[in-house]
Design a protein around this ligand. Sequence first.
Ligand code: 8OZ
Length: 363
Amino acid sequence: MSSDSDALFQPFKLGDLTLPNRLVMAPLTRNRATEGDVARDITAQYYAQRASAGLLISEGSQISQQGQGYLRTPGIYTPEQVAGWRKVTGAVHKAGGRIVIQLWHVGRVSHISLQPNSVAPVGPSAIRAKTKTFLQEGFADVSEPRALELSAIQDILRDYEQAARNAKEAGFDGVEIHAANGYLLDQFMKDGSNKRTDPYGGSIENRARLTIEAAEAVLKVWDKGRVGIRLSPAPVNDAADSNPQALFSHVVEKLDGLGLGYIHMIEGATQGDRNAVDVDYEGLRRSFRGAYIANNGYTREMAIEAISSGRADLVAFGRLFIANPDLVERFRLNAPLKEPDRATFYGGDTKGYTDYPSLEKAA
Ligand code: 8OZ
């Protein structure tokens, strides 16, 4: 066993939470909720199996029906959904883990069949995204959105605050705001998708406004150390910016001013080229006093380098946590890793979800 890997197993203080190691389970959409978009018992089992992570981040959980963009993603806006999540947090805590919920509004990345009364999804501007969603019938083009009116933006901020309250009631340890991957907040931030001429469009400061206000809404409910945010400066889901370095320098500086517990950075193209865009992630990290969670295509060796050099405090793994519920133990032993089965990523049942063995089960 290499002693360098010791860096991964040093505890870390995230706000007032003590994480036993530096390995984070990234948020992963798995589309296995019930009708009514309630997390099921198998979802409680799935997260509990992975509770040895320093921190679990839940799959994106829509803050309203309007915020849903894919079939059977679990929400956090009805009493049934809160009760479903409470089973998840209970199972994770019983297994010794810690879990935050990822609060999600997809904006224009949705389809009328998922929207209340089949209305058009909402976005900063009425520009359809060149991207796909996942419906009953399989993958489909997203629908043409309508531009949000100012009063409707206030409604969404109230939804963030209410979802944050619901998350507390559901027993989560904190909240991650999903401001990445071309969803609502990212659509507002990036100038390719935001053509508004009101206080939410135009300058960088205006485009960042909704993200900062969403964070402020969540901070009405949660201590700042328990709130994080996920960002993706590179183009993704048809959301691109002409100057991501300037945009995200501003955004990170504002988030630092709010004193958030962490930023969770997707470095490069989501699930793709880590060098897709010319952004100085280390510089962004240095301008933020909270924790930095690095993500995107990390291996064990890359994580050891990032943590030992101080370039990151924590590293989030997605696909590796799907196929290796005991990823932490496997990293400790430098044991072989299982590859996930893409065919069971989205939708279905226990197959490719709760049936990946841990080392002792495999032996
Ligand atoms: C894959 C499929 C559906 C949604 C993201 C929430 O990219 C997602 C997502 C990923 O952040």
